[in-house]
Design a protein around this ligand. Sequence first.
Ligand code: MF3
Ligand code: CO
Length: 248
Amino acid sequence: MIILKSRREIDRMRSAGCIVAEVLDELQSLVCPGITTHELELFASARAHKLNAKCAFRGYNKYPSSLCCSPNNQVVHGLPNKDPLRSGDILSLDFGVFYDNFFGDAAITIPVGVISDDALKLISVTEQSLYAAIEMAIPGNRLGDISSAIQSFVECRGYSVVRDFVGHGIGKNLHEDPQIPNYGFSGKGILLKPGMVLAIEPMINEKSHEVKVLNDNWTVVTCDGGLSAHFEHTVAITENGPEILTRI
Ligand code: MF3
Ligand code: CO
């Protein structure tokens, strides 16, 4: 069942989203060769606490951290650790908070130091695919218009779409209906309506779309060892079009 949000509720979700955006922005400026994802985790949870927000991921299905840190061939749900990041790495950071009874959820992929042109291109195409999808998040379109916007954008450029993980509705729960695959057919799926709030999150691989979960039961990696990038925004569908809530 899809829970529609009132204008007032979307205002409250904007506050949660703004906190997520702010923390991710600060994390981005901290990332450099030598820093560990454990340090990023400590920073993120301290900042959320200071802003009176609860970290959404810690304890969710027993996830042990506040931040997902997924370098290089890790797709999503990477666990923070004490290995220093190195120049040439790419790093996906996924963060969510619970504030004023609503969730906000967003992700970015960023370079560590100097990275290859191939890695930069993967990051840029993944981010652009998210914006292509957000443009389709308007009343009267269908869910498949969002999915197919991502798939066609990235496949035309030679990349592949992860199938095993999807975007989601969001509100008073971190995960609500509908599920939002990053592949599909335009014109298909449920009708998009004002008041829907969606966490759209393309996970894009350099090579094959195949992924597996490591023995820690969380970390998702590419099967072929290729790079993976991830971007996510929490987006409200309004009469005036899409509104990105995870923005400063
Ligand atoms: N953005 C991810 C999601 O929406 C992060 C969830 S991590 C978890 O599913 F630990 F909370 F599961
Ligand atoms: Co999400």
